[in-house]
Design a protein around this ligand. Structure first.
Ligand code: PMP
Length: 387
């Protein structure tokens, strides 16, 4: 069989491949990016399944609208008005099969073969994968401790046919970094001079355990702002519910067409159930529990890194989210260390797949949300002895 260049040039998920090796029971794994299952509100969701079926019957099992379940879109719009002070109306909200699908749809709608995408480097590998299917040219821009490198951003924006800039402004995957207020303002100022869209992919923003929430970079300010959100990290990833927020009506129309072609509409059963859950439970209290859990895990990992890692290893100190990013400054590569770590039964994700071009990198992504404090300490101790 002959396959398309599109698929042949798209990397299969490095992490999913790694997880096949790291999933064994006796391995301490910091490789996954999974929310902690104890954070899933299973009892409340069970009640919502019954309640939503009782109230709406066959509607949960029927085909439904491409844009998504209207009450859920209203809920999301009201929340972005309330929490972020943004003028978001229900028609500006579009429900997707996880925010992952949003990335793919946006690629399909905006990218012709060879068009430019400006990506954070390192950046979310699922976005690299989703966009690669549209055969773009990636222009990587270094992600510094406080956000994108502005000089590189300006240079990348001069390139031909650049369609959008992709960012994860809060507790980024893979680095855990958050853009500073100043950098956000500077980026907004720069982008306002160009005809490009800005994607702010924000699945982690609510999981802040330190510091103050910051305004978005472009939402409410830039004409071509695209905000992505998700219920994966705060309620459950398995129900596959994410959303796109944009006030650009033409863009929304094209996204709707692409979504029809892709899967007609997002799982309507999930949408009814999550809406019922959100309408009848204390969501903020629930999220606060997740925050407290992740804070303890993050604190434990950072303290253990401080105790067991050699001085040549530097690392980020996230204010929220699920990841810490470590950099080795002794010439070692992450892949070499990964092999040795697997012998010692401890795993992480080598930094390589988070770059669009570099290999042999010296960075590691560590996830802290899926182990107890004792296990985190033991795993970091083992990793420290290898490093
Ligand atoms: N964007 C980022 C930055 C992510 O880390 C993830 C999940 N790992 C996603 C999008 C996709 O999330 P979902 O499809 O579950 O909403």
């Amino acid at each position: 069989m002959q396959y398309s260049d599109r698929i042949l040039n798209t990397p299969s998920s490095f992490i999913r491949n790694i997880l096949k090796v790291t999933d064994s029971k006796d391995v301490i794994s910091f490789a996954g990016g999974l929310p902690n299952p104890i954070s899933f509100p299973i009892d409340a969701l069970k009640a919502s399944v019954d309640h939503a079926i009782g109230e709406n019957g066959s509607k949960l099992f029927q085909y439904s609208s491409t844009q998504g379940y209207a009450p859920l879109r209203e809920y999301i719009a009201a929340k972005y008005q309330r929490v972020h002070g943004l003028d978001i109306q229900p028609e500006d909200v579009f429900i997707t099969t996880g925010s992952q699908q949003a990335l793919e749809l946006i690629g399909k709608v905006l990218i012709n073969k060879g068009d430019g995408i400006i990506m954070e480097e390192p950046g979310y590998l699922g976005a690299i994968q989703a966009f690669t299917l549209s055969e773009p040219t990636f222009y990587p821009v270094t992600l510094e401790n406080d956000g994108l490198n502005l000089e590189e951003l300006e240079n990348a924006l001069q390139q031909k046919n650049v369609k959008f800039v992709y960012t994860v402004p809060n507790f980024q995957n893979p680095t855990g970094l958050t853009y500073s207020k100043e950098k956000r303002e500077q980026i907004c100022e720069i982008l306002s001079k160009y005809d490009v869209a800005l994607i702010e992919d924000d699945p982690y923003g609510e999981l802040r355990f330190q510091g103050e929430p910051l305004p978005y970079i472009g939402a409410g300010k830039l004409e071509n702002s695209i905000l992505l959100g998700s219920f994966s990290k705060t309620v459950t990833p398995g129900m596959r519910l994410g959303f796109i927020i944009t006030k650009n009506k033409e863009l929304m129309q094209h996204i709707e067409t692409a979504k029809q072609a892709s899967d007609l509409h997002t799982n309507i059963f999930s949408q009814y159930v999550i809406y019922d859950y959100l309408a009848n439970n204390e969501y903020t209290e629930h999220v606060n529990k997740i925050i407290a859990l992740y804070k303890e895990q993050s604190d434990t990992m950072l303290a253990a890194m401080d105790e067991f890692f050699p001085a040549h290893v530097t690392y980020t100190k996230p204010e929220g989210g699920m990841f810490i990013w470590a950099t080795m400054n002794n010439g070692a590569t992450a892949l070499e260390v990964f092999e040795k770590a697997m012998e010692q039964k401890v795993a992480f994700v080598p930094g390589d797949p988070f770059y669009t071009s570099k290999t042999g990198v010296n960075t590691l992504r560590l996830n802290y949300t899926n182990a107890t404090p004792e296990v985190i300490r033991e795993g970091i101790k083992r990793l420290g002895s290898i490093l």
